[in-house]
Ligand binder design. Structure first.
Ligand code: KG4
Ligand code: ZN
Length: 357
């Protein structure tokens, strides 16, 4: 049995969680808390890095005390301390990293520096019936839109990606365009509820291949964003108020369609019978429903991360740490710093004796 404390401060949510893995390999969240800074950043229309770092410094100690207390464990009873160390905002990442390394040194426990995307991938393990590799993962967050194949041995291969904006970024930008506020995903979802998703015809965004044709599993959301801008500009000349619900629903539908179609096609072409969906945008109701329905139609089993663990949280970081502990891949040097970017397929390097950053 293993128990870990996990910390997450890579962007605008400060989060701490305590998790346990039992002898049957089941992962249990004993406590998970998040202090969101969204309201403060919303005043500026997006995340202000300097504000994020300061708020993490203020919030994290209280969150740690609260989750350790709720879990009914003392810090000394934990088997490891984990914190996200890449990718993200450097100053923000530093808060959980320094706190985690300090606690690990104080309590003489191993420190696990976790790759944020490995955390998102592990979030699906927090569901009722966790999938077993091999599977294809659609990772859709504010910074990433990727299709990643996970092999039986845990090895990963990226099969698709966005060439410009991530899906979450598109939600955020279109929400700003429609004056719906930040973060855009939940705002668009709320307004779209009463809208007609077939009202506006919007482009699906495709990536040309050098030899002709289109890349079957890659994404592009910048054209869609521009199409929304043009549609809104034209409407503004004739229509007041704007048909916000129809605009939001049409946008949400085209994003869901393109994510679902390309993911299922990628799974089919590679003979993979399971599709996993994780990341902030995986919280989207329309997308969840479309993916489940069309997966079923095409005989592909779909597992989606529990709603509570789609957007940034520390429980998913703890799940990734527990998986690392059970695989004995080693701990992270206390000398390790943080990095704004680091490729997911190089995540093993975070556990090398000589840390890469
Ligand atoms: O995974 P996440 O919390 O942070 C990153 O690692 O990027 O994802 C945040 C993104 C934001 O762009 C936000 O607008 C989007 O996820 N998001 C949603 C929903 N909830 C959050 N997008 C669509 N529908 C939602 N319900
Ligand atoms: Zn994230």
């Amino acid at each position: 049995m293993h128990a870990v404390l996990a910390l997450e401060t890579s962007c605008d949510e400060s989060a701490a969680a305590v998790l346990r893995r039992d002898d049957h390999g089941r992962i249990e969240v004993l406590a998970s808390q998040i202090a969101s800074q969204v309201e403060e950043h919303a005043l500026w229309g997006g995340v202000v890095p300097e504000i994020a770092s300061r708020r993490h410094v203020e919030a994290l100690p209280g969150l740690i005390a609260a989750v350790v207390d709720e879990a009914g464990l003392a810090l000394g009873q934990l088997d490891a301390i984990a914190a996200t160390i890449t990718p993200g905002l450097a100053g923000a990442l530093m808060v959980a990293s320094v706190t985690g390394r300090t606690l690990a040194a104080l309590h003489r426990r191993p420190f696990l520096g976790i790759h944020h995307l490995e955390g998102h991938l592990a979030s699906v393990m927090l569901g009722e019936d966790p999938p077993q590799a091999p599977y294809l993962v659609l990772l859709v967050s504010g910074g990433h839109t990727e299709l990643i194949f996970v092999a039986v041995d845990g090895g990963m291969k990226r099969l698709g990606r966005s060439h410009d904006d991530a899906a979450g970024e598109a939600f955020d930008k279109v929400a700003r365009l429609l004056d719906l506020g930040y973060p855009g995903g939940p705002a668009i979802q709320a307004v779209a509820e009463t809208g007609d998703p077939t009202c506006f015809k919007l482009p699906k965004g495709r990536i040309s291949l050098p030899g002709g044709g289109f890349h079957p599993y890659d994404f592009s959301f910048s054209g869609l964003k521009t199409a929304m801008l043009r549609t809104v500009e034209t409407l503004r000349q004739t229509t007041d108020p704007l048909p916000l619900a129809d605009l939001a629903a049409s946008f949400e539908q085209v994003v869901a369609d393109v994510l679902v179609q390309r993911s299922l096609r990628c799974a089919e072409d590679h003979g993979v019978g399971q599709l996993v969906m994780v990341g902030g945008v995986a919280a989207n109701r329309r997308l969840r429903q479309c993916m489940l329905e069309r997966g079923q139609e095409r005989g592909i089993a779909v597992s989606i991360a529990p709603l509570a663990y789609c957007t940034d949280n520390a429980a998913m970081i703890g799940a990734a740490a527990l998986m690392r502990l059970s695989q004995n891949t080693g701990s992270t040097s206390l000398e390790s710093g943080v990095a704004p970017r680091w490729p997911l397929d190089q995540a093993n390097a975070l556990y090398a004796t000589d840390p890469p950053f």
